[in-house]
Design a protein around this ligand. Sequence first.
Ligand code: ADP
Length: 399
Amino acid sequence: MYIMVINCGSSSLKFQLISFPEEKAVAKGLIERIGQDSGAQFTLTAGDKGFKKQPVDASNHTKAVTAALNALTSGECAVLESKNEIKGFGHRVVHGGEKFCAPVIIDDEVIKGIEECNELAPLHNPANLIGIEACMKALPGVPNVAVFDTAFHQTMPPKAFHYALPYELYEKDHIRRYGFHGTSHKYVTKTFAELINKPLDEVNVVTVHLGNGSSLACVKDGKCVDTSMGLTPLAGVIMGTRCGDIDPALVVYIMKKKGMSPDEVDTLMNKKSGLLGFSGVGSDMRDIEAAAKENNERAALVLEMWAYSIAKYINAYVGTLPKIDAVIFTAGIGENSPGLRKIICENCAGMGIELGGNNDNVRGETGCVSADNSRIPVYVIPTNEELQIAQGTSALLKQ
Ligand code: ADP
């Protein structure tokens, strides 16, 4: 059987078709510029076949889903004999608020619940809902499952998720730490448990997801007990374009001093800060590393700031856990840059982390990168959010 994983944005539709029981992605696609005057574009890879940015009739998301299904069942990239082989859609939904702590089969009640979380993720949840409705229309009768980015973090205790603000803001407006990238943190935790052959509920790790957006999770007995992102994905470590943790009074200070509106300061902190804003070079870590090597001082400094901001979280989380099995690096930077893992670990000197020679080799594959005498083992585990969504969907549909 096949599960189709959907990650829907306001004008884009990313999908993967995953086969079970092999758990293999047999096709990956992206339809962009949905509903735009310039016309939508379709990119698809299916095994060794595929095409890039082909014009496609996708003036709305339902048409985009239909185009994706047609490409999977006919033409040169066909991998299915019939759409009936798709037994479920698994949707990435960014915000599940306090309501959703696990994947759920989508019905009217769930749609209402997701809508109620719209104000917490105004750029993402409405788009995710459009994708859900598009799939319901394109393939009626096939179940849809929602898998939430926030769900894994719902096990955080109150001492970790509350902000010390007036309590009404939590009670009435649901203002608290939620955390994101939960699907990734869960996937690497579970994969690590399998790797070292330990029951998931006995695993204690700090997971370090370093991509364009970055976050850490502190996992005790297989459950998340703290995470670095907050009400929004702006909090925590320094990221590609986001500033991460700052003095909250800075927001008002900058607004007054620069005469900025709330939206302008929001853009400043989310899109014009981080590696990009400080270095002036760009948001892509490879560009920052290259500039630092060429003696660009601000690029070199922001790299140090970035590594230190991550190391502080690792130190804090390891310090709160009674025991620890590993620190796990994942996502674009975490998986692919031995040099940056090294700088981060050098900032964790008190923890007795010793990286091994293997750290230089492990790129984009699973492995232990610490030395035998390291007090805390360090692993690299490539994340696979789509597979985690497909697994969550498949498990629910089997029940
Ligand atoms: P996201 O899913 O958040 O968009 P990714 O997990 O794909 O991001 O990570 C993107 C980041 O990974 C970019 O900053 C990119 O520069 C970085 N990256 C990818 N490969 C490497 C590498 N070999 N060395 C350093 N950084 C890398």
